[in-house]
Design a protein around this ligand. Structure first.
Ligand code: GDP
Ligand code: MG
Length: 589
């Protein structure tokens, strides 16, 4: 297909506004899939996505649209993820497009994700086609929705806002011609040196690494040797093609095209999203500007449970390849053995990783209490150290200054939710930075510690806003913070996997709560065992795990021998820690 007949676009919308339905309808009306196949919702194919009702991974589908003049256009539809924790993935897939369909449900109107997605598309300088959906329903408020869209962007007018029913297909033909007329064809010289942008990457157990890329300039033939520029890795092409919607082989991809490449590369670290592909025999002078690096916000230990470390290692490596925001490195715990320290965007992200390990690899994983990064200046050292694991948080006697990362949290919500959202943010050490009006919505910016956002802030925000608010976060800076390390000792042995860091104001309350919960969750032994929370060398809380058999009088109290062990100091623990222990700590905050 000549460039002028190619369109690369995505659909963006608030959840449930009909993105998948419209995608199905487009694929059906261009004969990419049959009506029956459309019912199977081809774009949501990961089981985790189904469970969470969100699309975690993108997939690009090539469609052919024949217009009223008989001209054939290649329509590459890129499916973007729908969850706020995955905003980086939205930007990533948007960067492979030249325009978007902004879809709004007429029964709901412009909502928070509508605004958030709109902003991402605007930042990427994309053409935006505004569409009002579900006009077939009795509850549709078409005029009010159009008015809200006009508020959102001066360029949206009743004339260029398209009114459709994605369900029945009404006026979807207008959308198809608008894609042709309003979204620009890709530019880029197909005779120039090859430059292709990797915007997605997936591991297939049989085929190895599969990347999706947009050819920015030049031409790629299926018998070429390619060079992945970031790590200077050369590879042949095992298969090349497009999703139509199933994998369909193709011999050549030219500037403007989007397609997949099966590399056969077996090193999961070799190719990252944002990488530039060029030709090995004739490399381009400079790589494309990569994607912004996504920094993990929370860290947690991941340990095998009922499986081998090496199996966990394989699963984690494959997942990391598929998810640019997930990072990991090996670590060792006295209590849990060999495992990994994972870096995540937030708790929801951690949950997804855990579920994917289970569903895609059959791995049951034990996760420890999550934490953020701390910057600690210790005595007699010029350079501060960055602590990602609470067990490496220096002893209090060594500490000069502790700082923790703060984020700018941008929240979009309807006007009437402002008070509840402000109360929530201020209860989490948030400081108001900015307040802005966009149509009927408010955009509020707070500066907050990551540790206050990362746990359940997003869930709380959803809850106080009845699902209407969105959150997007960016790193701001490190700020001094009065943080302390809490060690947990069971039967006088410190359990490294239970160590965590909190603000001093919370330490007492959390210490008391934790020992209280642990006393019921720690597997019992013949004798009673004390559980202590220790801060700066002092036990701030204590509770005893009752003995296994109450009848046995000698075991009901902490024994002389145990008392002695305390005086002798450290010893190794042989306590088995169930996941419930970590869950209990996580629930507190
Ligand atoms: P997504 O979350 O944006 O992908 O939304 P879906 O495409 O899954 O649609 C959410 C719900 O709205 C589904 O039950 C659809 O059947 C329904 N829906 C989508 N488009 C229309 C429409 O034009 N009219 C009506 N009545 N329902 C629609
Ligand atoms: Mg969907």
């Amino acid at each position: 297909t000549r460039q002028e007949f190619i369109r690369n676009f995505a659909i963006i919308a608030h959840i449930d506004h009909g993105k998948s339905t419209l995608a199905d309808r487009i694929m059906e009306m261009t004969n990419t899939i049959s009506e029956r196949e459309a019912e199977d919702q081809l774009l949501d194919d990961l089981s985790v996505e189904k469970a969470h009702g969100v699309t975690v991974k993108s997939r690009t589908v090539r469609n052919y649209f024949i217009d009223e003049r008989g001209d054939e256009y290649q329509y590459n539809l890129i499916d973007t993820p729908g969850h706020v924790d995955f905003n980086y993935e939205v930007s990533r897939s948007l960067s492979a497009t030249d325009g978007v369909l902004l879809l709004v449900d007429a029964t709901k109107g412009v909502q928070a994700q509508t605004v958030a997605n709109y902003r991402l598309a605007k930042e990427a300088n994309l053409v935006i086609i505004p569409i009002v959906n579900k006009i077939d329903t009795a509850a549709a408020e078409v005029d009010a929705t159009i008015a809200q869209l006009e508020d959102l962007d001066d360029a949206f007018t009743p004339d260029n806002i398209i009114k459709i029913s994605a369900k029945s297909g009404l006026h979807v033909d207008t959308v198809l011609t608008a894609i042709r007329d309003r979204i620009p064809a890709p530019k880029g010289d197909e005779h120039a040196d090859l430059q292709a942008l990797v915007f997605d990457s997936k591991f297939d157990p049989y085929k190895g690494i599969i990347v999706q890329a947009r050819i920015v300039q030049g031409t790629l033939n299926s018998n070429d040797q390619v060079l992945f520029m970031a790590n200077q890795i050369k590879s042949g092409i095992k298969e090349m093609g497009v999703f139509a919607p199933l994998m369909t082989p193709i011999k050549q991809l030219k500037a403007g095209d989007v397609g997949f490449i099966v590399t056969g590369i077996k090193d999961p670290e070799a190719v990252k999203v944002g990488d530039t592909i060029t030709l090995a025999k004739q490399p381009v002078a400079s790589a494309l500007p990569g994607y912004q690096d996504v920094e993990p916000m929370v860290y947690a230990g991941l340990y095998p449970r009922g499986s081998e470390f090496k199996d966990l290692k394989i699963g984690i490596e494959k997942l990391a390849l598929n998810d640019a925001a997930f990072q990991y490195e090996p670590e060792q715990s006295e209590a849990l053995g060999m495992g990994f320290r994972g870096g995540f965007l937030g708790i929801f992200h951690l949950q997804i990783i855990r579920e994917r390990l289970k569903e895609e690899f059959g791995l049951d994983v034990l996760t420890t209490m999550p934490n953020s990064t701390y910057r600690v200046t210790v005595k007699n050292e010029d350079e501060p150290i960055y602590v990602e694991n609470p067990t490496q948080f220096p002893d209090y006697g060594q500490i000069m200054l502790v700082e923790e990362p703060y984020m700018l949290a941008k929240m979009t919500m309807p006007n009437e939710m402002l008070n509840d959202v402000m109360r929530l943010a201020e209860g989490r050490r948030g400081e108001l930075v900015d307040l802005e009006t966009i149509g009927a919505m408010l955009l509020v910016t707070y500066r907050m510690p990551i540790s206050e956002i990362a746990y359940d802030f997003f869930n709380e925000l959803k809850s106080v806003s009845h699902g209407f608010a969105t959150l997007s976060t960016t790193f701001d800076q490190y700020q001094p913070s009065d943080l302390v390390r809490i060690d947990i000792a069971i039967d006088y042995a410190k359990i490294d996997a239970l160590t965590f860091v909190v603000h001093r104001l919370k330490a007492n309350r959390m210490g008391i709560e934790i020992v209280d919960k642990l006393k019921n969750l720690i597997p019992r032994k013949l004798q009673a065992m004390p559980v202590q929370a220790i801060v700066e060398g002092r036990a701030i809380a204590r509770a005893d795990v009752p003995p296994l058999r109450k009848a046995q009088a000698s075991g009901t109290k902490v024994s002389k021998k145990q008392q002695q062990m305390r005086r002798q100091g450290v010893k190794k623990s042989d306590i088995e820690l169930p996941q419930a222990v970590f869950d209990a700590i996580l629930e507190m905050n």
